[in-house]
Ligand binder design. Structure first.
Ligand code: F3S
Length: 402
């Protein structure tokens, strides 16, 4: 890959070891993908986590004096103080990793948004911006829904890109590589957010790594439906972008999505496949210990839905009910009054965290219910049930489902 004089200087370590390490990673990626050069980015999103690999990389860059050169938002970790006051059994070494990860990102000058949907509020690209976004819903959302250009970055490569302010030009940064690879004909009605989660989960599974174009969708999807489709298709598969011609920005027809080529692979989705997806994810039925929502982080609209369903209701004794969201969304939920309604019913709106963090160790041996196939798939609990938001709320009130 050709490097400019300034890029060469960074690679030699003239600007410190932090930027040198970041540049080494980007050059290695560029060489692996035969990129010709580096190109500037306007923003990045690092799928930070409270895990060792992330800690190693973030501290290596931070201790080497690196600072983010473009707005770089961060994924959920967790608020140690909040969770330590609730649960006594968070392993000390895990908590220490999370604390140091958060500290390292602060030192790097990242936007410490701790949210997995940064493209809604804290770090929003415009169409045609070149960016470096990691995280399951974030990459396909900014490519497909916004029309920005990003590769499917890892937490580490996205952070390196944020620190250098550039990425190697390859893959989805080149228009020809954004061609659809798989036609998915949806022959069942997709009515709500939960249908989109199952559709995403199924499409990810059949496509694997590729760019699906979906036909048969008969109305414009909502923001939440698109977020769900993105997150779930990157749980069972690796979908860096997708098309719903007419509704997503880059192609108004199937022909355009396939850049005038004929689809090489085609599949039909019916009600049966979606039902099977739900059954596959479910490991039990009956009594539950807790409900977990907000994977991906709930939007204000979804929190409003929870508040509406919980108004004047009470969560069943012994059941805990968690709704994860971003700090900025919670601020609005507090102002509008949703938080009060949710807490009055006995549920909790919690910020900065993710179901995959060690702060949830207390639920390892418990049975949970969620509306998120992703939450069910990364199951950190003994058993799990998956259903619509209405089913989750109903189960929390009755203490059981089906
Ligand atoms: Fe977000 Fe964590 Fe779920 S990053 S999508 S809450 S697994």
């Amino acid at each position: 890959m050709h490097l400019t004089k300034d890029e060469e200087r960074i690679l030699k370590g003239e600007l410190g070891t932090g930027t040198q390490n970041a540049m080494e990673m980007l050059v290695a990626i560029g060489d692996a993908y035969d990129a010709e050069k580096m190109v500037p980015i306007t923003r990045a999103h690092a799928a930070a986590s409270g895990q060792e690999g992330d800690l190693y990389w973030a501290e290596l860059l931070a201790d080497g004096g690196a600072k983010c050169q473009v707005p770089t938002s961060t994924n959920p970790v967790y608020d140690l103080k909040y969770f330590h006051s609730l649960f006594k059994d968070i392993p000390k070494d895990e908590a220490e990793v999370a604390r140091r990860v958060m500290q390292a990102y602060r030192k790097l000058g990242a936007i410490v948004s701790w949210s997995c949907v940064p493209y809604l509020c804290e770090n929003i690209p415009l169409p045609c911006e070149t960016v470096a976004f990691s995280e399951s819903s974030a990459t396909p959302y900014v490519n497909s829904v916004i029309g920005a250009y990003t590769n499917r970055e890892a937490a580490q490569s996205a952070l390196a890109a944020g620190v250098i302010g550039k990425v190697p030009k390859y893959g989805l940064l080149i228009k020809e590589n954004r061609k659809a690879t798989f036609l998915v004909d949806v022959k069942t009605s997709i009515e709500d957010e939960f249908d989109y989660t199952l559709l995403g989960y199924h499409v990810g599974k059949i496509v694997g790594y590729g760019i699906p174009a979906l036909t048969g969708i008969t109305r414009p999807p909502s923001t939440e439906e698109l977020i769900n489709f993105c997150a779930m298709s990157n749980t069972s598969g690796a979908i860096p972008m997708f098309y719903i011609p007419g509704y997503t920005v880059e192609a108004s027809t199937v022909k355009e999505a396939f850049q005038n080529d004929m689809p090489k692979e085609k599949v039909t989705v019916t009600d049966r496949e979606l039902k099977t997806a739900q059954e596959e994810l479910q490991t039990t039925s009956g009594k539950i210990d807790f409900v977990q929502l907000g994977c991906p982080h709930y939007t204000l609209k979804q929190i409003a839905d929870v508040a509406r369903l919980l108004e004047e209701k009470k969560i069943h004794d012994g059941i805990t009910f968690w709704v994860c969201t971003s700090g900025t969304t919670k601020l609005l939920a507090d102002r509008v009054g949703y938080t009060k309604i949710i807490e009055k019913a006995g549920a909790h709106l919690v910020v900065d965290t993710c179901i995959d963090e060690p702060c949830w160790f207390a639920y390892k041996q418990k049975v949970g219910m969620t509306d998120s196939p992703k939450c069910a798939y990364y199951r950190r609990f003994k058993d799990v049930m998956v259903g619509r938001l209405e089913d989750c709320v109903d189960a929390a009130i009755k203490g059981k489902w089906r």
